[in-house]
Design a protein around this ligand. Structure first.
Ligand code: DGL
Length: 254
């Protein structure tokens, strides 16, 4: 039986999900958040889907064993590969997964050109094809896989010359041509300054963090489990490296 005071578990392949944690804390300041970054196994986004499913199940098992009332998959890649199996494994738990924010982008720019920057797995998986079929509508959706970028963010280099060198060949051809760029990986909001240097100020950058936080709150309210008392944030990582915890807190305060 879940209690209001139980924590909300949040996980990602590493520090990227902190961009979602930020939104969760903003929207639900009274909750206890238990964040687990699986940096020991990062990146997820270039692995076979079956491996990502197993890694996600392993992380979820550890978190659920701590007696949490909800599980937030703060990783687009893990949602794409593993959300179904996670829901089957924990049918009584609130399980919410982040997805690329294609719907808000398409609503905002009907007939527009929308880039989606994400991991190769997210862009290949069936879930993304379904999103495009549902919400892509009249828009032109440009898939922009960015392998290597999440690794730079893991090293605190989202805003760096290295990130710019990686992104410029991919994004510069689209400068002035995109109405919106969906940041379809939770690590990428931490590279927003680099992306802006390449694409300029006009393009709208969107990510799914806020929508995921809203959906989590809606599900908790519906279940009578929203805690509005004293919030607390616990951040852990599967890699025993104090630098990663330091980076996580820095990104959270952002
Ligand atoms: N943060 C993850 C996502 O949202 C992926 C990063 C990785 O490749 O591990 O897709």
């Amino acid at each position: 039986m879940n209690a209001k005071t139980d924590a909300i578990a949040v996980f990602d392949s590493g520090v990227g999900g902190i961009s979602v944690l930020r939104q969760l804390c903003r929207l639900m300041p009274g909750e206890t958040m238990l964040y687990l970054g699986d940096s020991a196994n990062a990146p997820y986004g270039t692995r076979p889907a079956a491996e990502i499913r197993q890694l996600s199940l392993n992380v979820a098992e550890k978190l659920v064993a701590r007696g949490v009332k909800a599980l937030v998959v703060a990783c687009n890649t893990a949602t794409a590969a593993a959300i179904d199996v996670l829901r089957q494994t924990y049918p009584d738990l609130i399980v919410v997964g982040i997805e690329p924010a294609l719907k808000p982008a398409a609503d905002r720019f009907p007939g527009g050109t929308i880039g989606v920057l994400a991991t190769p797995v997210t862009l290949q998986e069936e879930k993304f094809q379904q999103l495009v079929a549902h919400y892509g509508g009249l828009c032109t959706v440009v898939k922009l896989p960015a392998p290597g970028l999440s690794e730079l963010v893991e090293r605190g280099k989202g805003d760096s010359g290295e990130a710019e060198a990686l992104l410029r060949p991919l994004l510069a051809p689209w400068a002035g041509k995109l109405d919106a760029l969906v940041l379809g990986c939770t690590h990428y909001p931490f590279a927003a300054a680099t992306i802006r240097r390449i694409l300029g100020d006009k393009v709208l950058l969107l990510d799914g963090g806020e929508g995921t936080a809203r959906e989590t709150k809606r599900r908790l309210v519906q279940a009578g489990l929203l805690n509005e008392t004293q919030g607390k944030i616990i951040i852990e990582n599967s890699l025993d490296d104090p630098m990663l915890l330091e980076l996580s807190h820095k990104l959270l305060e952002g």
